[in-house]
Design a protein around this ligand. Sequence first.
Ligand SMILES: *Cc1c(COP(=O)(O)O)cnc(C)c1O
Length: 366
Amino acid sequence: MTHNIKFLDLNRQYQEIKAEIDSAIATVIESEEFIGGSFLKAFENDFKQYLGVDHCIGVGNGTDALEIALEALDLPKCSEVIVPANSFIASSEAVSRCGLKVRFCACDPRTFTLDIDALRACISQSSSAIIAVHLYGHPCDMASIGAVAEEHGLHIIEDCAQAHGAEYRGIKVGTFGVAGCFSFYPGKNLGAYGDAGCIVTSDNTLAERMRMIANHGRKEKYDHQFEGRNSRLDGLQAAVLSVKLKFLDSWTDRRIGFAKTYLAGLTDIPDLTLPYVASWARHVFHLFVVRTSRRDELQRYLQKEGIQTGVHYPLALPRLAAYRHLGQSTLTDSINEELLSLPIGDQLSPEDTQAVIAAIQEFFSC
Ligand SMILES: *Cc1c(COP(=O)(O)O)cnc(C)c1O
């Protein structure tokens, strides 16, 4: 039997909330509050309350959020920022674009987040900050990272692009570092209908500086205090996000439920390593990533069965052409060749997860 199980089905999610979304979009257009305005303010308030922080600054996308947060910290020129070797390029791109040096750090092979021993070994005289990426939706070990950062006087910036609502010991990610950076790219756990992102912080001075950087270095219309840039979360996206935020926790619970089904249904397959969830973690399963030495073969088999999968990511960051000049590629083994992301999302159905489990069992049975 062939299925039609998409890796991501945003239309199915839209159908669930269509009336509310359509009305929110129409309201923004009628009010003409496309840039700035009440819809942006409302979402910024909603999201900062959701996380329990003092400030939320809407920006154009998650990459801008990281860049603006780093720029606002005004770190010593050419100092080193530690970035996990496993992530999307935005995590390290932001560092280089701020005139800082990227120092890649190996990840814990179970959680795919910063390995604490490796982190200690990465620190040098020139270290200035750590980017903690809550990859796949699994929170980093924030107490250990916090202790290392404090000992060496380093800032922590959290890359929460895959971890909306994830928790470390019951506390939401994004609230541990000096700043938390979120992406609302359509496919993220909280996604807009276009590009969008935000930075959260409880540091008043930093918040003001980040807001000014994102708004041409100004607070008032033509009173530019310095050269900033233009990075905006627009009114339409903000209104969409305010609607979707109300559903985030129930959608996340659905993801966690599907993950539990996978975890229970795929045990005891020798060549299949399932995602690990630390005892202190609320893993929000942006991705459900398994490991197998037969990755490509399994992916082709599932494709034939009508089940879409993904690979996150084909190469660790230090191995990308963009970072060859850093000579840090020996830092990672070939773990990336074994990674496969199974379909997961609020739009999936219990039947879908059962079909995926059955197909994977069938594949490994011979
Ligand atoms: C998606 C993502 C980003 C970048 O977000 P954009 O909104 O696409 O710029 C940054 N870091 C990680 C880990 C991501 O997954």
